[in-house]
Design a protein around this ligand. Structure first.
Ligand SMILES: C[S@@+](CC[C@H](N)C(=O)[O-])C[C@H]1O[C@@H](n2cnc3c(N)ncnc32)[C@H](O)[C@@H]1O
Length: 250
């Protein structure tokens, strides 16, 4: 396990094997995005009518299209991956959505140029979270909001997955190295997927120290209704898969 803030930006979604695996997961909705993450994140959004919205790590552009339908006046959707953006553009015909190919780390928007900044499951790929949060604070109009989800720190701390018995049944999720923030090389579709572990305290206190006001912290897990439809998600009631934060610039 290495720990550095100086690694180059990884663009793993442009790796053909990774992209194929991820696209298959999302197209078949076999992950937790549709069932857990998207509904929980949407509950934290303000009314989108007339808002200028930025999405960091927009992927296939699902949120950009959703925000426009919900009344956003303009949508800037940014991603480092050419493959993800090409699919997003293919699925979009809306001149008010601007797709930008750029690393989150390199993006410095104009002050007060957005009313809402959203990021779904992308900031755990970013080494320097504080600098990104600072830039977003500057970019958000007072009264605006920063809402984002990341892989939960309980999952990123020691990302080796469930320990299973001989029948393949999950026994426990080993939590270790929680205080050791930094780079983790993990296996997800392929080896060598780089993510960054931070504690919950760092996620929250960084926002507070910059001047954001915390609005909500959530750890979405499947409800009984969801489990009735998708019993295979039961495992996500045993440890939180997602951390979701909403903060406002006053
Ligand atoms: C798990 S996907 C989520 C996509 C989308 N937000 C969603 O929820 O459907 C993560 C996305 O973040 C993008 N990404 C990862 N690291 C990035 C970085 N450093 N800069 C910009 N985009 C990044 C990936 O290319 C990918 O499209």
């Amino acid at each position: 396990m290495s720990s550095t803030f100086d690694l180059p930006v990884q663009n793993i979604y442009d790796n053909p094997a990774f992209f194929a695996g991820y696209k298959n997961l999302r197209q078949n909705d076999t992950g937790i995005n549709g069932a857990l993450e998207v509904p929980a994140l949407c509950r934290l959004l303000p009314d989108l009518h007339g808002r200028r919205v930025l999405d960091l790590g927009c992927g296939f552009g699902d949120f950009a299209r959703y925000a426009r339908q919900a009344g956003a006046v303009s949508m800037t959707a940014l991603d480092v991956s050419e493959k993800m953006l090409s699919e997003a553009r293919r699925l979009t015909s809306d001149p008010a959505i601007t797709y930008v190919q750029c690393a989150i780390e390199d993006y410095a928007p104009q002050p007060r140029s957005f009313d809402l900044v959203v990021s779904s499951m992308a900031l755990h790929y970013v080494a320097d979270y504080r600098t990104v949060a600072l830039r977003m604070f500057d970019a958000i109009q007072p009264g605006g909001r920063f809402v984002f989800s990341v892989e939960h720190p309980v999952c990123t701390a020691n990302p080796i997955g469930w320990v299973a018995n001989e029948r393949g049944e999950a026994l426990y999720w080993p939590l270790d190295h929680y205080r050791q923030e930094g780079c983790r090389s993990t296996k997800w579709f392929i080896d060598g997927v780089v993510k960054y572990h931070r504690t919950v305290a760092t996620y929250v206190n960084t926002l507070l120290s910059i001047g954001f006001q915390m609005e909500h912290l959530d750890e979405p897990m499947p409800s009984d209704e969801i489990l009735a439809l998708r019993p295979e998600l039961q495992v996500h009631t045993r440890r939180p898969p997602i951390l979701l934060l909403a903060a406002s610039r006053i």
